[in-house]
Design a protein. Structure first.
Ligand code: PEP
Ligand code: MG
Length: 571
C-alpha cells in the first residue's frame, strides 16, 4: 500500500523504521505504595539517565564542541543535587506515594520557584530541571527514550514531528530519512531535512500509527510516497530509482564553478538558505554563490538563554568568513508563529502567525534587537554582509528598524568598535501590505527578498501549517504571482535588486516564471542549487518573459501548475 504525504526533501530512502514516540506522560498519584520498591525505581531511573547524559555529553563535545555540550552537564548537575532527588525520596518515604508522582511534584515545585525568580539565569535553570526530570520520568514509566546521538544502525525516523534539538544531536550518518505526521513543504522540519540533505516526507497524518520499529520501508522524498513492508518487486524498483537519483546527482557536479546564466546572457545569483554556521559546508559543497537567508532564530532556539552578543558575533563571523567574501544575507530574529523559545515566555495568542513576532517583537524589545545588531555590525568586518528585516508590514516599521541600526552604529563608533560602512539593508516581502506598497518601501532599502512561505499564507489567508486546508496553499495562485511581479517591477523602478528566499525560489516549476519576471537572486536549500543552475543555463530570458506573460493570463493555480508541468515535461 502506498501512503501519500508531502515530498519535503528529495532522495530515495530504503531501510528500517525507528519510531520516535511522543507518548504523553500520564502521572497518577498512588498512595500506600511499597516505599522500598518506589525508591529503587527512582534510583534506577536516575542512574540510567545519568549514564545516558554522560554519553550524549561526550558525543556532543566531540562533534559540536565543549560549549554545545554544557547543557547536558547542567542536566547532570541537577541529578547530582541531593536537594533535588533527595526531596523526591523524602516524599516517597513520608507519603508512601509512587516514584513518578513524587518526582513530578518536586519538579513542579522547583520549576515554579525558579521561574518566578527575577533573574534570567535562574529562569533558564527551570528549563533544565523540566528537561532532565522528564527524561527520568520516562524511564520510571517505561516510555522508550531514543538517544538520537548514538544510533546503533542506519534507520528511517518516523515521528509526529522533529524538533531543532532532535536534528541538532542526531547522528546524521545513521539517519537515512524522516517521515512525519505533521508539517508542510515550508515547515521547519522540511527545511531542516533539505539543509541536511536527508530524504523526507512530511504531512503523513498518522504514519506513527501505521509504522512499527524494525519494519522495512521505502520512500521517495520527491514524490511524497511511502511503502511499508514493500514487496521484492517494489524494493527492486526503488533500488533502481535510487541509483538513477545518485547518477543525476553526480551529473550535477559538472555544473560546479559555472555561472548561473541563461542562454541569452542574463546572469542571476543562486544563493543558499541556512540555519546555522555548520550549514556553510553544504553551501560550499553545492557551489552556492552566497547566502540569501541565514535564519538566525535557530541560534536562539538551540540555546537555553538569549544568545549573548559574543556568541552571535562568532556565529555571524563564521558564516561571513566561511563563505570567503561572497554576499551573506543575515535575517534579524524571526521568532513567534511556529518558532518558540523555551526560555522566553510569550503570551498565548489567538493567532500567533498574526501576532507578536519577528520585527514586531524586536521593535518592542530593542534590548534584544540591539544585541543582535551590534553582533552583526561587528561581524561586518569579516565579509560582505547584508542585513534583512523579517515581517515588515509598513514603512513606519522599516524606518524604525533602520533607526535602531543607526543607533547601534553610533554606539559602536563611540566605543571605537569597527564596523563596515558597506552593509546593505534590506527587508523581506512576506506580508501582502508590504508587497502592495513596495514602490514606497523600495526607496528606503538596498534590496528586497520575497518570502513566499509566508506571502502565500497571508495572501490566501491559509495557515501554512494546517494540513486540512493545505490544498489552498499554492505558490501558483495568480494573486501570489501578481504580487511577486509587482514587487520586482517596483524595486527595479527604483534601481534595487530583488531576491527570493521562500521555498518557491528553488522550485523547478517556479524558476522559469521568476526568471521571466526578472528576479535577480534565488535563495534556496543548498541541495536545490545545482539543479536550479542546470535549468537556468538551459533557457533564454526572453522565452521566460513570454512564458510568464502566458502564465499571468491564466485564471487559476491549477491551470498555471499544469502549464508548468507541461513545460517541464517537454524540455
Ligand atoms: C518565508 O516566509 O518565505 C521565509 C523565507 O521565512 P520563514 O520560512 O523562515 O518564515
Ligand atoms: Mg517568513
Amino acid at each position: 500500500m502506498v501512503i501519500k504525504g508531502i515530498g519535503a526533501s528529495p532522495g530515495i530512502a530504503i531501510g528500517k523504521i525507528l519510531v520516535l514516540e511522543n507518548t504523553e506522560m500520564i502521572i497518577e498519584k498512588r498512595e500506600n505504595s511499597d516505599v522500598e520498591k518506589e525508591l529503587v525505581k527512582l534510583s534506577d531511573a536516575v542512574e540510567i539517565s545519568k549514564a545516558e547524559l554522560q554519553n550524549v555529553k561526550e558525543k556532543v563535545k566531540n562533534e559540536l564542541g565543549e560549549e554545545e555540550s554544557e547543557i547536558f552537564g547542567a542536566h547532570l548537575l541537577v541529578l547530582d543535587d541531593p536537594e533535588f532527588i533527595g526531596e523526591a525520596e523524602n516524599k516517597i518515604k513520608n507519603e508512601s506515594v509512587n516514584a513518578e508522582y513524587a518526582l513530578d511534584s518536586v519538579k513542579e515545585m522547583f520549576v515554579s520557584i525558579f521561574e518566578s525568580m527575577d533573574n534570567d539565569y535562574m529562569r533558564e535553570r527551570a528549563a533544565d530541571i523540566k528537561d532532565v526530570t522528564n527524561r527520568v520520568l520516562r524511564h520510571i514509566l517505561g516510555i522508550k527514550v531514543v538517544d538520537l546521538s548514538s544510533l546503533d544502525e542506519e534507520v528511517i525516523l518516523v515521528a509526529n514531528d522533529l524538533t531543532p534539538s532532535d536534528t541538532a544531536v542526531m547522528d546524521k550518518s545513521k539517519v537515512l530519512g524522516f517521515l512525519t505526521n505533521i508539517g508542510g513543504r515550508t515547515s521547519h522540519t522540511a527545511i531542516m531535512a533539505r539543509t541536511l540533505e536527508i530524504a523526507a516526507i512530511v504531512g503523513l497524518n498518522d504514519i506513527t500509527e501505521k509504522a512499527n520499529d524494525g519494519e522495512f520501508v521505502i520512500f521517495d522524498g520527491d514524490k511524497g510516497e511511502v511503502i511499508i513492508n514493500p514487496t521484492q518487486l517494489e524494493i527492486d524498483l526503488y533500488t533502481e530509482k535510487k541509483k538513477a537519483f545518485e547518477i543525476d546527482k553526480k551529473s550535477l557536479e559538472l555544473l560546479k564553478g559555472k555561472q548561473s546564466i541563461t542562454i541569452d546572457g542574463r546572469v542571476v545569483e543562486l544563493a543558499g538558505n541556512i540555519g546555522t554556521p555548520n550549514d556553510v559546508e553544504g553551501l560550499i559543497k553545492n557551489d552556492a554563490e552566497g547566502v540569501g537567508l541565514y535564519r538566525t532564530e535557530f541560534l536562539y532556539m538551540d540555546s537555553n538563554e538569549l544568545p549573548s552578543e559574543e556568541v552571535q558575533f562568532e556565529a555571524y563571523r563564521a558564516v561571513l568568513e566561511g563563505m570567503n567574501g561572497k554576499p551573506i544575507v543575515i535575517r534579524t530574529l524571526d521568532i513567534g508563529g511556529d518558532k518558540k523559545l523555551s526560555y522566553f515566555e510569550m503570551d498565548e495568542e489567538m493567532n500567533p502567525f498574526l501576532g507578536y513576532r519577528a520585527i514586531r517583537l524586536c521593535l518592542d524589545r530593542t534590548d534584544i534587537f540591539k544585541t543582535q545588531l551590534r553582533a552583526l555590525y561587528r561581524a561586518s568586518m569579516f565579509g560582505k554582509l547584508r542585513i534583512m528585516f523579517p515581517m515588515i508590514s509598513s514603512l513606519e516599521e522599516l524606518l524604525s528598524a533602520k533607526k535602531v541600526c543607526e543607533d547601534v552604529k553610533h554606539e559602536l563608533e563611540k566605543e571605537g568598535v569597527a564596523y563596515s560602512d558597506d552593509v546593505e539593508i534590506g527587508m523581506m516581502i512576506e506580508i501582502p501590505s508590504a508587497a502592495v506598497i513596495s514602490d514606497i518601501l523600495a526607496k528606503h532599502v538596498d534590496f528586497f527578498s520575497i518570502g513566499t512561505n509566508d506571502l502565500i499564507q497571508y495572501t490566501c489567508a491559509v495557515d501554512r501549517m494546517n494540513q486540512k486546508i493545505s490544498y489552498l496553499y499554492n505558490q501558483f495562485n495568480p494573486a501570489v504571482l501578481r504580487l511577486i511581479r509587482l514587487v520586482i517591477k517596483n524595486a527595479h523602478a527604483e534601481g534595487k535588486w530583488v531576491g527570493m528566499c521562500g521555498e518557491s525560489a528553488g522550485d523547478q516549476k517556479m524558476i522559469p516564471i521568476l526568471l521571466g519576471f526578472g528576479l535577480d537572486e534565488f535563495s534556496m536549500s543548498p541541495i536545490s542549487i545545482l539543479r536550479a543552475r542546470r535549468l537556468i543555463n538551459s533557457v533564454s530570458k526572453s522565452d521566460m518573459e513570454k512564458l510568464s506573460e502566458d502564465i499571468l493570463a491564466l485564471s487559476t493555480a491549477e491551470e498555471i501548475e499544469s502549464y508548468m508541468d507541461n513545460f517541464i515535461a517537454n524540455r
